[in-house]
Design a protein around this ligand. Structure first.
Ligand SMILES: NC(=O)c1ccc[n+]([C@@H]2O[C@H](COP(=O)([O-])OP(=O)(O)OC[C@H]3O[C@@H](n4cnc5c(N)ncnc54)[C@H](OP(=O)(O)O)[C@@H]3O)[C@@H](O)[C@H]2O)c1
Length: 283
């Protein structure tokens, strides 16, 4: 997904932090572009990497930051190392950068399933490793990232990591044992909700609405309902009850949802994704 990056005249919020984004693919790219859009880091302090040289060149031109295939060089100049390669690619990546890593650096890994301990051990250092699980709405500042800390993370490092992800949405701090569940819920969650929005829009078409109107109605309804849950703090069931008039139309709709097993289906979806998240680091 591409979002427009506009040059900003205001100074970067963290002007002195030098960042290596190792693996500027879908999620790494989304975060990097969002950081640029929010003016979090100075563009000249960012060095991103990918595996394909031609992609590096294209991204460098597009984003106006240094993008190369040289992980060691990127790490050598960095205070913060953001690991955004696929989980199974993490061990080789750490082995490659190990000679350039120092214990004064901070590692933030967004790789699903990869434990902080495995990164600490592979680096051979008492280095601060924070594991984070962001999601794709970070592109628009509406993401949520869960963070957990490794053994050697200082409070200042944790604050830095939270600040970084707060730039692109909300953050929660969890124990590492919950990270796979977070992956199954909010990491994968946008995909579930796109399917629900798409299905509601399809339903709108079925009952006669033009598709563009149906899609807007479905998407804004999802957005507004999520906003109600977050901003009122009310239990979702209470908010649902407020829409559901006795003998009205909503209760008939709810009857169909319950008969179709929507709740159980969503619970099982998160359970399956959580299970899969546990296995990802093994490839
Ligand atoms: N997608 C999501 O919604 C999401 C959400 C949360 C967390 N994550 C996590 O984010 C990570 C990346 O996922 P993704 O969906 O963004 O995958 P992706 O699009 O395949 O991105 C991986 C990137 O890593 C690059 N890469 C691979 N090996 C490398 C190496 N040794 N050195 C430097 N760059 C290397 C690839 O380069 P090329 O482009 O040249 O091939 C590619 O750009 C995963 O660990 C995933 O668990 C993803």
């Amino acid at each position: 997904m591409e979002i427009a990056v506009e040059a900003s005249r205001t100074p970067a919020q963290l002007p002195n932090v030098r960042v290596a984004v190792l693996g500027a693919g879908k999620m790494g790219g989304i975060l990097l572009q969002a950081f640029l859009k929010e003016n979090l880091f100075a563009a000249e302090k960012i060095h991103a990497t990918v595996t394909h040289a031609e992609r590096a060149l294209a991204l460098s031109t597009q984003w106006g930051v240094d993008v190369s295939t040289d992980n060691v060089e990127a790490v050598r100049q960095a205070d913060l190392i953001l690991i955004a390669v696929k989980p199974f690619q993490v061990p080789d990546l750490i082995a490659e950068i190990r000679p350039a890593v120092t214990k004064d650096q901070t590692v933030v890994s967004i790789a699903a399933s990869v434990k902080t301990r495995s990164i600490e051990e592979a680096s051979g250092l008492e280095i601060g490793v924070i594991r984070a699980m962001p999601n794709t709405p970070s592109a628009l500042g509406a993401g949520i990232a869960a963070l957990c800390r490794g053994h050697f993370v200082s409070d200042a490092q944790m604050e830095l990591a939270q600040r970084i992800f707060q730039t692109v949405g909300r953050t929660v701090v969890v124990e590492e044992k919950h990270m796979d569940a977070v992956t199954g819920l909010s990491g994968s969650g946008p995909a579930y909700l796109y399917i629900i929005i798409e299905a509601l829009a399809e339903a709108g078409v079925k009952v006669g609405l033009p598709r563009d109107i149906a899609t807007q109605l479905a998407a804004q309804t999802a957005y507004g309902s999520a906003k109600m849950v977050l901003e009122t703090g009310y239990h979702p069931a209470l908010l649902k009850d407020a829409v559901t008039t006795p003998a009205g139309c909503t209760i008939d709709g709810i009857l169909e949802l319950e008969e179709g097993g929507l709740r159980v289906t969503l619970i099982k979806a998160v359970m399956r994704a959580t299970e899969r998240a546990r296995q990802l680091a093994a490839g």
